[in-house]
Design a protein around this ligand. Structure first.
Ligand SMILES: [Mn+2]
Length: 348
């Protein structure tokens, strides 16, 4: 297993030097953030990112994410241009030595929370989700902005986009995903990149938009859309784990034994009610997931791929990008590596 850490490029408050100082850290997972969605990532930008990371003694072998243009998810005729661009980006990334590309197929909104700085009893702050609060939000009114959401939409753009999705049922979204993957997976396989879809977060419909990468049966459907070793998953325990029906260790064993987990996001989450949760610390006792059983599942299937901690709380006075501070994620890394060492030594 190769432990890596998400880094948001030169805009990230956390310097690469600090990431390298986390014991056991092998590299970062990053992206190019200043190319508009749908355009080809130029070779020089990719090489410059890679050089920066490598100059600090870390590797860059995983990209999170290459975003998918909304017109692809909507299935509009112009999608062919965007898909061709996506394939060219994959060729460029492969030339730079990238092995895994994470992406998602969530319409309009990436991960969504109701509050980003909820204070826990120990005065740390965490991201939380409360279904009733989210139900009161009206993104078309332009009255809220969350990180992870594309801030470039005007209120009218947002309204038009939400309207455009009114005819996109779950089945249509599946068809559009299949259409996308048919080209993209072939290219990925040719150039030696493994595609890793991230589950929808949270794994249920929000704002009336379809969401399909939500549970085991649908993950199975995804890998069967295009039969290729390049077609696989970013298995995110936190995203899937907020739904009590998702048995994460079992899902890891099922897809991991088929070689379908290309990237592992490992974090805990505390379910606080129906469709309500807090992002807890990584430790099992802090949340609802059994982190030992999850790591044991990875160990038992002989997982050799990339793993990263996921969203952390804000602790020790740190400020910055919600979910992506240094301290709590670094604690998460050491905890996961500790579990892993015990599993390694215990199995000998
Ligand atoms: Mn994740």
């Amino acid at each position: 297993m190769k432990m890596i850490f998400r880094w948001y490029g030169v805009e990230d408050k956390i310097p690469l030097e600090y990431i390298r100082q986390i014991p056991g850290m092998t590299g970062v997972v990053s992206a190019i953030y200043d190319v508009p969605v749908g355009e080809v990532w130029p070779m020089d930008k990719i090489m410059s990112l890679k050089a920066k990371v490598e100059s600090r003694g870390l590797k860059l072998e995983v990209i999170e994410s290459v975003p998918v243009h909304e017109d692809i998810k909507l299935g509009l005729p112009v999608r062919d241009t965007y898909i061709a661009n996506y394939c060219q980006t994959l060729r460029n990334l492969a030339e730079a030595g990238i092995k895994v590309v994470c992406y998602n197929f969530m319409p309009v909104f990436d991960w969504t929370r109701s509050q980003l700085d909820y204070e826990l009893p120990d005065q740390s702050t965490a991201l939380i989700y409360d279904a009733e609060v989210v139900a009161q939000m009206n993104p078309a009114a332009g009255d809220l902005k969350l990180p992870g959401w594309d801030a470039s939409y005007t209120q009218q753009d947002m309204k038009d986009l939400l309207d455009a999705y009114k005819t996109v049922t779950e089945e249509k979204l599946w068809n559009n995903l299949r259409y996308f993957l048919t080209s993209v997976i072939q290219t990925a396989e040719e150039v030696g990149i493994k595609m890793a879809i991230h589950p929808d977060d949270p794994p249920w419909s929000i704002f009336g938009l379809p969401r399909i990468i939500t549970h085991k049966e649908n993950l199975e459907r995804l890998i069967n859309l295009v039969d290729s070793p390049a077609n696989g998953l970013t298995l995110c325990s936190g995203s899937l784990g907020v739904s009590p029906d998702n048995n994460i260790p079992e899902i890891v064993r099922h897809f991991g034994s088929k070689g379908k987990i290309h990237f592992a996001h490992v974090r805990n989450v505390k379910i606080t009610g129906k469709k309500c949760f807090e992002e807890s610390a990584h430790l099992s006792s802090a949340g609802s997931l059994n982190m030992y059983e999850i790591m044991k599942a990875y160990h038992d299937i002989g997982y050799t791929g990339y793993m990263r901690p996921d969203h952390g709380r804000m602790i020790w006075g740190e400020t910055g990008r919600p979910g992506y501070g240094l301290y709590d994620r670094a604690l998460g890394v050491e905890y996961l590596l500790g579990l892993w060492e015990a599993l390694e030594k215990g199995s000998k």
